[in-house]
Ligand binder design. Structure first.
Ligand code: GTP
Ligand code: MG
Length: 555
């Protein structure tokens, strides 16, 4: 048995805590075997939003008596749940059972007087708790359990991966360690809800909804928080139908285009967050981008936020990815590993540029899983055929219809292991004819590229657009080289895996190490031959050993 694994199984150690954490957070979100009915995206969004509206965020003194704190708050009504976390201080997220409790708490809360400085009064749900007499409160304090909001260090991840039982176990471990926790998800919805309170000063019936990786089930701890300011509720589409000869319309200001309207709205909300938004710092208005946005940091939660409006298709894309992620437990495990692999080798970056994005990588994983035989994921066109009248959705003239009830989609009969899928993913894209073909999850097959960008991934809804138009030829080549190298490593390893006791990185751990990139850069001077050689070697192994792959397949 590997020494580290022995340590991990030993009770009472930090390592054992890691194991327990891992086991307890495991199956609920990842088990495709679980046959309980799955919730629709909109149900999850509505429930979480309502929960966030009953929740408050409290900056606490570092030393606090948890019991007394909860007793104090429950004067305003019963508490449903709470947790603490640390981020430049101690914070508590407290969910009341009823919304009225929040109002009651706000009623006994005062606006601070800050001496020479002046406060701009704003009754938010983000509070500061002070102790009247700190000495008698701190006497018998037991330490507060804080929920972790960040992803594991590379060292911890590396240890966990090296001690895993199989490559499949490694992929599932990586997923469990990086996926958003229940607490982190709550904090994301709460942050949107707090921003909604600010935006509601201008647009009383607006909603601020999270989208992107915070809600599409592919988010990693630490990912940004994409927010959508939804103004449709204000009556654009929801006004009651009336009969008779009279028709009432609101007097409104008209502007030359939707884009100008979006820019004006975001400009004023950005200003508002900057001037009055508690905890909102570093507000930047990026209004001339293709999709105008306001970017800021929400200090208390630590989230980097991007607020957009008039971006309903992106919300629909999030729903689609959520569906794909929920259909089979292998989807998220594979996508997380591919995304971590890409990050480890600087194929993706937090700075915008010629790199591939996480969104594009996820679409590539979905496409690859549609291409398996039998397919692991259905095509978007097939999901459209399952849709009923209520699922019908046209946004800005684009048909975004697909079935939204997950329980109506039959599970795949494909039983391939994650190990095989990871290896084949790298082989598939290591050999993909990027020069002539486009990736298309709507039809689940390659299409001729309609334009000459190095990488063409059709936008699933705005089908004339390429989601990876920004990717340069050299970045694509780096992706292909690394994919081939990684396929090769997994292939070699399958034959000759280092013994667990040797503490050698193996499987996914070996792929995430910089050595893979080093190998590629070492071979840079003669890049083509190295990459081509690996491709040819893999091809020859494949053609001579089909039985080998069936053996892995059947496991
Ligand atoms: P990370 O933030 O990297 O974890 O992933 P993300 O999926 O949240 O990506 P990002 O924050 O860049 O974008 C947020 C959402 O906007 C995505 O999930 C997509 O729904 C959408 N989006 C991002 N890039 C594109 C693009 O190039 N085209 C289209 N149509 N939508 C995009
Ligand atoms: Mg994002």
């Amino acid at each position: 048995q590997c020494p580290l694994r022995r340590l991990l199984s030993c009770p009472g150690t930090v390592a054992a805590d890691l194991r327990r954490e891992e086991q307890s957070s495991g199956s609920a979100e990842t088990g495709s075997e679980d046959r309980t009915p799955k919730k629709r995206f909109s149900e999850v969004q509505n429930e979480r939003r309502e929960q966030a509206q009953r929740t408050v965020l409290i900056h606490c003194p570092n030393k606090i008596d948890e019991k007394k704190f909860l007793k104090f708050l429950s004067q305003h009504g019963p508490i449903n749940s709470h947790f603490f976390y640390e981020s430049f201080g101690l914070y508590a997220v407290v969910e009341f059972c009823q919304k009225e409790s929040v109002t009651s708490l706000q009623n006994i809360t005062r606006t601070p007087s800050l001496g020479p400085e002046a406060a701009i009064p704003f009754k938010s749900r983000y509070f500061n708790l002070k102790l009247r007499n700190s000495s008698n409160q701190t006497s018998e304090l037991s330490s507060i359990q804080c929920s972790n909001q960040s992803s594991p260090s590379s060292k911890k991840l590396y240890q966990l991966l090296c001690c895993a039982e199989s490559v499949d176990d490694q992929l599932n471990t990586l997923l469990r360690e990086f996926q958003l926790t229940e607490e982190n998800t709550r904090l994301r919805y709460l942050t949107c809800s707090l921003i909604e309170d600010v935006a509601a000063a201008y647009f009383p019936d607006c909603a601020v909804r999270p989208f992107g990786s915070s809600v599409n089930s592919f988010g990693k701890l630490g990912c940004d928080l994409d927010m959508f300011l939804d103004l449709d509720e204000i009556g654009k589409f929801t006004a009651q139908k009336t009969s008779g000869n009279f028709l009432m319309e609101f007097q409104v200001k008209n502007v030359p285009s939707e884009r100008v309207a979006t820019q004006k709205i975001l400009s004023v909300i950005g200003e508002c967050l900057d001037q009055f938004g508690p905890g909102c710092v570093g507000v930047q208005k990026i209004l001339n981008a293709r999709c105008p946005l306001v970017r800021f940091s929400h200090q208390a939660s630590g989230f980097q936020c991007d607020l957009t409006t008039n971006n309903r298709i992106a919300l629909k894309s999030s729903e689609l990815l959520y569906m794909y992620g929920a259909l089979d437990s292998r989807v998220r495990a594979l996508a997380f590993s591919v995304r971590c692999w890409a990050r480890a080798h600087s194929l993706t970056s937090s700075i915008p540029g010629a790199w591939i994005t996480n969104f594009s990588l996820t679409v590539m994983v979905i496409f690859f899983l549609q291409r398996r035989s039998p397919p692991i994921l259905p095509t978007l066109d097939y999901l459209k055929t399952l849709a009923d009248a209520e699922d019908k959705c046209i946004i800005e003239g684009y048909n975004c219809t697909f079935v939204r009830d997950l329980n109506r989609i039959k599970p795949s009969g494909n039983t391939e292991t994650l190990e095989l899928l990871l290896k084949e993913f790298f082989e598939y894209f290591g050999n993909f004819a990027f020069n002539k073909n486009s990736i298309n999850i709507r039809q689940g097959k390659e299409q001729n590229k309609p334009e000459s960008s190095p990488l063409h991934i059709q936008n699933p809804f705005e089908t004339s657009l390429n989601v990876s138009k920004n990717v340069s030829q050299s970045q694509l080549q780096k992706f292909v080289d690394l994919a081939r190298e990684s396929a090769w490593i997994l292939h070699q390893e399958g034959k000759d895996r280092p013994s667990p006791s040797s503490n050698q990185p193996w499987g996914l751990a070996a792929l995430l190490l910089p050595s893979v990139a080093n190998n590629v850069s070492l071979s840079k001077k003669k890049k083509k031959p190295a990459s081509e050689r690996i491709k040819n070697l893999l091809d020859s192994i494949k053609s001579s050993g089909a039985e080998n792959s069936t053996a892995t397949n059947g496991r």
